[in-house]
Write a protein that binds this ligand. Structure first.
Ligand SMILES: Nc1ncnc2c1ncn2[C@@H]1O[C@H](COP(=O)(O)OP(=O)(O)OP(=O)(O)O)[C@@H](O)[C@H]1O
Length: 316
């Protein structure tokens, strides 16, 4: 094999050894249960099920990939496979559909199964990889890759790396370096490309090298109003807040309106709406200086806190 052009210091090329250095080339047969027990990977899958509302097809895909990883690990152990499989992925979906959150869990799964050393996630966009002047892109991209080694590199809106309309664009240089590292150091770095489905499809059409290195494509659907409401209740609970009686219905009405407006970003819009409601709750409580505030007062979001939203002021 050729030496990698863009080797990251301290790393070995993918083909050199199985990901788990402790694993002998061919050892005693092991059960799936043993690997699951040792890696505690099921705990991450259960957490994913519990913490994330909806996303049934995504959760199933993650379970399928986890199964493949476990079996590949057993195959590596038995000497049936010489190389770490390609694990790079593409997560498509609209903003706020949970791509980053699921990528974090994926990094944890890969780590627990010994496919990456550290299991951290480095999330970047084009600006973190591509320089504005000649000679700036390669060092920038390599610096990011160095940080991401041992974990997952999550490239949000990855298609912005490729700007065919601008022939002096340096994005292509970043893509070349990424491709090299995705191939040669895939035993210690998993790249997840994320973004809108249609733009990602166009990007892959123009970049077949990138397309051929992606092993798993997962599509994240938009949430229904019911799911968004459940997400809001979950978020409130995590922050020790709650809606008072009747406010669930106001939140639902809010979501029904907000979903139809521009720049709606699924669960991220829910988080923003709740942040604003908490601000209004604080102003409401702040104005009432002489009242002792109970835990109940401090944790209750009322209908008025939500109804002050612009969404309700707008007749559309
Ligand atoms: N199914 C879900 N259940 C509960 N919370 C969720 C769910 N999906 C997303 N969230 C929360 O919504 C917020 C946005 O999610 P996340 O950042 O993962 O989305 P994304 O698809 O990566 O969006 P973007 O690309 O716009 O950053 C996070 O705070 C996340 O915890």
């Amino acid at each position: 094999m050729n030496a990698p052009l863009y080797a990251i210091p301290g790393q070995t090329p993918a083909a050199a050894a199985p990901a788990d250095p402790a694993a002998p080339a061919a050892s005693a047969a092991r059960t799936v249960g043993e690997v699951l027990q040792e890696s505690q990977v099921e705990a991450v899958l259960d957490e994913l099920d519990r913490d994330l509302v909806g996303l049934a097809p995504v959760k199933q895909r993650i379970r399928d990939i986890a199964a493949l990883l476990v079996i590949d690990k057993l195959r590596l152990n038995q000497g049936l496979q010489a190389q770490t499989p390609s694990l790079h992925m593409c997560f498509t979906g609209n903003p706020g559909t949970g791509k980053t959150t699921v990528a974090l869990r994926m990094a944890e799964i890969l780590h627990r199964l010994g496919y990456v050393r550290k299991g951290h996630l480095v999330a970047v966009t084009r600006d973190d990889l591509v320089g504005q002047y000649i000679g700036h892109t390669a060092p920038k991209t390599k610096e990011v890759l160095k940080k991401a080694m041992g974990g997952v590199l999550f490239i949000d809106e990855a298609y912005y790396l490729y700007k065919p309309e601008n022939e002096r664009d340096y994005g292509g240089e970043a893509i070349e370096i990424l491709l090299q590292v995705m191939e040669n150091q895939r035993d210690d770095l998993v790249v997840i490309l994320a973004g809108y489905k249609d733009r990602m499809d166009t990007f892959f059409q123009s970049n077949p090298g990138m397309s051929s290195r992606i092993a798993h494509h997962i599509d994240f659907p938009d949430y229904s109003v019911d799911e968004l409401l459940q997400i809001s209740l979950k978020m409130l609970q995590q922050q020790h807040y709650r809606f008072d009686a009747g406010t669930d219905a106001v939140m639902r009405a809010y979501l029904e309106r907000r979903i139809a407006q521009p720049h709606f970003a699924n669960a991220r819009s829910v988080r923003n709406a709740l942040d604003r409601a908490r601000l209004r709750q604080a102003s409401r409580l702040f104005a009432d200086r002489d009242r002792a505030l109970s835990a109940d007062d401090l944790s209750t979001i009322t209908a008025a806190d939500l109804q002050a939203s612009r969404v309700f002021q707008n007749p559309n």
